[in-house]
Design a protein around this ligand. Structure first.
Ligand SMILES: NC(=O)c1ccc[n+]([C@@H]2O[C@H](COP(=O)([O-])OP(=O)(O)OC[C@H]3O[C@@H](n4cnc5c(N)ncnc54)[C@H](OP(=O)(O)O)[C@@H]3O)[C@@H](O)[C@H]2O)c1
Length: 283
């Protein structure tokens, strides 16, 4: 294999759907990849399959259940110890819960996986990313954020749970996190962007089997994450929401800085990890 892309890229939820297709595309370009998965058998099988298709042997696996904060912390420590640099961090792992579930930390699961895990892992890896700069953080959000609402009095969707609203709210929170971190990382050489991948045929819950053949392929879903991870066009772009490799305006709430700051303050309490004070920018 001809190595062209000289980047070390970590991606969560890498064994299936959009995550696996993203690994495949990046491996084809010669990237060094760290696949973060929660199930080692599924991870090994995806890795073997990708190596067979690309002949790129530079694919590591790290195992962590990202819904558990202790496991996110252990994962971050492993990454810090094992790798000298990290160029791209892609937060892709996701779920869709029709019934309300809580993690071992007592947090509503979609909020835990789509907001708190990306926040905690990013915060713990910021030193590594800043010393590796130029570096990129990429969050996979969803156009369904338009159905979400950030209610600071019911952040964990305890009153009248609705799966779509809870999913949308966690993805809205993910966009707010993107904008917040981008603002505070300005001048560090680390960019933070997010994207909607399209409506894609994957293992994600919530789509009736009947409709699945009508959806786009995971390879199509991987286009924007691969673009954001590799394109020189977006080297300095930060704090943006992308659809089909183009900047789009997310819903109005994503521009409410009072709400963003309040959400992030509350979330930092939930992860027991503040943003490093030297990065805090007063704007
Ligand atoms: N499909 C769509 O149309 C669509 C649209 C908009 C946004 N998205 C977003 O795209 C991302 C990828 O989803 P997908 O559609 O590719 O679905 P998918 O095929 O179900 O992939 C989700 C991945 O996340 C992993 N994961 C789930 N919970 C985890 C946990 N607690 N810890 C670690 N890994 C965990 C899964 O691992 P297992 O295989 O072990 O379960 C799997 O690898 C998600 O963030 C999703 O919300 C998807």
């Amino acid at each position: 294999m001809n190595k062209t892309l000289n980047k070390k890229i970590l991606i969560t939820g890498a064994n299936s759907g959009i995550g696996k297709a993203t690994v495949l595309g990046l491996a084809r370009q010669g990237a060094e990849i760290i696949m973060v998965c929660r199930n080692s058998a599924k991870a090994e099988s995806a890795r073997e399959n990708i190596i067979k298709q690309t002949n790129n042997q530079n694919i590591d696996i790290l195992i962590a259940d990202l819904a558990e904060q202790q496991q996110v912390r252990a994962l971050a420590q492993q990454i810090i110890d094992r790798y000298d640099t990290l160029d791209v961090l892609i937060h892709n792992a996701g779920i869709f819960n029709t019934k309300r579930q809580e993690t071992i930390d007592g947090v509503e699961s979609q909020l835990a996986l789509h907001l708190l895990a990306p926040m905690l892992l990013s915060y713990l890896l910021l030193d590594k990313l800043i010393t590796s700069a130029p570096a990129r953080i990429i969050n996979i959000t969803s156009m369904l954020h338009i159905f979400g609402r950030i209610n600071l009095n019911d952040l964990q969707q305890q009153q009248k749970y609705n799966g779509l609203k809870a999913y949308g709210s966690s993805k809205l929170a993910n966009i707010m996190f993107t904008r917040y971190l981008a603002k505070h990382l300005q001048d560090t050489g680390v960019t933070v962007n997010c994207l909607h991948p399209g409506v894609i045929n994957t293992n994600l819950g919530g789509t009736p089997e009947l409709l699945k053949p009508l959806l786009s392929s995971p390879e199509k879903g991987a286009k924007t994450p691969i673009y954001l991870a590799t394109s020189p066009e977006v080297e300095t772009t930060t704090g943006e929401y992308f659809v089909n490799c183009k900047v789009k305006k997310p819903s109005r709430a994503c521009h409410d800085w009072g709400l963003i700051d309040a959400l992030m303050q509350r979330s930092e309490q939930l992860i027991h990890e503040p943003l490093a004070p030297q990065l805090k920018k007063v704007v």
